[in-house]
Design a protein around this ligand. Structure first.
Ligand SMILES: Cc1cc2nc3c(=O)[nH]c(=O)nc-3n(C[C@H](O)[C@H](O)[C@H](O)COP(=O)(O)OP(=O)(O)OC[C@H]3O[C@@H](n4cnc5c(N)ncnc54)[C@H](O)[C@@H]3O)c2cc1C
Length: 507
């Protein structure tokens, strides 16, 4: 492999991440040119492709963005930015139409109206879906196909970004590790759309490669991160020794399934409670030595395979028939509400650095994401970043090699043996229930590893969790059960001098 660094100049933006947020941004940028970097092959390693439930949008006749806003604020437990919630929920119906115009085949009723699912803590049926529980696959197919046909989009696969280069405090480029050797892309604008952090944990529904690389890139470039302690655990990951764990969508409970222990006792009265409530109830059962199951045998019962074909297929592969068997489940790290602090144009605190999708903290989710609001945010905010970039950079910027670079090196894997060790530390001390002693232990154990992205991001989540001395939304401290006045946890390099000494930041 040639290790000489190539330097290339791109006047147009470089988008890091080829999920729904990154590719919506790239498509919306057209005809302005851009480069999209994907850590693996395009279409792999995204949470987008795995989404089941759908996209929340107030499109039903009995619904309104105001009702959607109210449900989102209630779930967010005091940390949402209300004006952001209003803006994004109001953009929902148009986003559904935009995706349809790009080619998404939404599930529809015979009269052509959209079929709407119900999920936890939504007061209405407002989950727009495709292919039953195959929404994510259909969305990813849509944006990948569209991006491939956009002459303005240059897709670079197997090309993880390794460093954001700044000069005089603003973005000047991005270093990329390609199978053909390192490349420095000089660009005035970088968009982070790298997804979530679930891979930091032993039990997760995310691709294992989702370990917060975008947070590490942004933090090292000097950006402020917000509320990174807020990790949502999904209460119904299928507990059948598969890593990452297959998800059983909340929509199954929307169709009447209940959560029970091995004695058949209900684990909580309302199985459609918010995710943190269900996860804590399950955690308590597990800690008391019980097992936890999803019981879908009566409802949706015989309709299971028709309504949830993907989940049904996964269960059958694991030897479980949802119409006859209880499905073993447990909480698993699923979604990151915290992220890189941005405004509604996706601007971070570093000029030239933007973020959209799960890596960003817009203020939509607060302390707890309402189900199916994340795909909505990814598509809406990905496009808003593009509109801002077009206004700032114009539409005639050039990027090199617009035909794209498709490397066929499927064997290229950046995995390190240390990752498993780090996942163990984060899972043990920074999980569903946290306390000061455990978080201090996590910080001590992770500090030697902060030069590694996974070690750094685990450290930052633990640091923020220690700073939040209350229980709110997805963050539960057993030593601080109550709530104090709502405030955000902000982290930046300047606040954490111990990291500079540990080479967390390149000299
Ligand atoms: C199993 C599952 C089910 C879900 N169901 C739903 C649902 O029903 N509704 C809903 O709203 N949300 C759902 N979510 C959440 C939702 O899917 C994600 O929040 C959303 O897809 C995130 O999109 P994204 O574009 O931000 O990131 P992703 O889709 O995760 O894409 C991240 C991209 O970044 C790339 N990348 C990462 N690091 C680098 C790097 N250093 N260099 C280059 N590229 C990099 C990856 O290769 C990938 O292309 C679900 C998530 C999971 C895991």
């Amino acid at each position: 492999m040639n290790q000489t660094r190539t330097e290339v100049v791109a006047d147009g933006p470089v988008i890091i991440g080829g999920g729904l947020a990154g590719l919506s941004c790239a498509i919306e940028l057209s005809p302005a040119r851009c480069i999209v970097l994907s850590a693996g092959a395009i279409s792999t390693g995204t949470s987008t492709g795995w989404a089941q439930g759908g996209v929340a949008a107030a499109v039903g006749p009995d619904d309104s963005p105001a009702d959607h806003t109210a449900d989102t604020l209630a779930a967010g437990a005091g940390l949402c930015d209300e004006s952001v919630v209003r803006a994004i929920t109001e953009a929902g119906p148009e986003a559904i139409e935009w995706l349809a115009a790009q080619g998404t085949r939404w599930d529809r009723n015979p009269d052509g109206s959209l079929k709407l699912g119900l999920e936890g803590a939504h007061g209405r049926r407002r989950i727009v879906h495709a292919g039953g529980d195959g929404t994510g696959a259909e969305l990813l197919r849509t944006v990948v196909d569209k991006a491939r046909t956009c002459e303005s989009v240059s897709l670079w696969d197997h090309s993880p970004a390794t460093r954001i280069v700044t000069e005089d405090g603003r973005v000047a480029g991005v270093e990329v590790s390609t199978p053909a050797g390192p490349v420095l892309l000089r660009t005035p604008a970088v968009v982070l759309s790298t997804g979530g952090v679930g891979g930091l944990y032993r039990h997760t529904t995310n691709p294992l490669s989702s370990r917060g690389q975008g947070l590490a890139l942004a933090f090292r470039a000097g950006a402020v991160l917000r509320d990174v302690e807020m990790v949502q655990f999904h209460p119904t990951a299928l507990d059948v020794a598969i890593d990452p764990m297959p998800l059983v969508s909340e929509a199954v409970r929307g169709e009447g399934a209940i959560i029970v222990n091995e004695r058949g006792e209900w684990v909580l009265a309302n199985p459609l409670s918010a995710r943190d409530v269900v996860s804590r109830a399950e955690w308590a059962q597990l800690q008391a030595g019980h097992r936890v199951f999803l019981d879908a045998r009566t409802s949706p019962g015989e309709r299971f395979a028709e309504l949830f074909p993907s989940i049904n297929a996964t269960a059958l592969t694991a030897g479980l028939d949802p119409t006859r068997d209880l499905l073993p489940v447990r909480p698993a790290a699923h979604y990151h509400m915290g992220g890189v602090l941005v405004d509604l144009a996706g601007r971070t605190t570093v000029p030239g650095l933007y973020a959209a999708g799960e890596v960003a903290s817009t203020g939509l989710h607060g302390a707890n994401r309402l189900a199916s609001n994340s795909l909505l945010e990814a598509v809406v905010c990905g496009r808003w970043v593009a509109q801002r970039l077009k206004a700032e950079l114009g539409t005639d910027a050039s990027v090199p090699d617009v035909a794209g670079r498709h490397w066929a090196d499927e064997k290229w894997h950046p995995e390190e043996p240390v990752i498993d060790h780090l996942r163990g530390i984060v899972s043990t001390w920074v999980g569903v229930l946290r306390d000061a002693e455990g978080l201090q232990q996590a910080l001590e154990d992770l500090l030697p590893y902060v030069a590694n992205d996974t070690g750094l991001v685990g450290y930052l989540v633990a640091r923020a969790a220690l700073a939040r001395t209350e229980s709110r939304g997805a963050h539960t401290r057993t030593d601080f059960a109550g709530q104090v006045e709502a405030r955000h946890t902000l982290l930046s390099l300047a606040d954490l001098p111990e990291l500079a000494e540990r080479e967390a930041v390149p000299a």
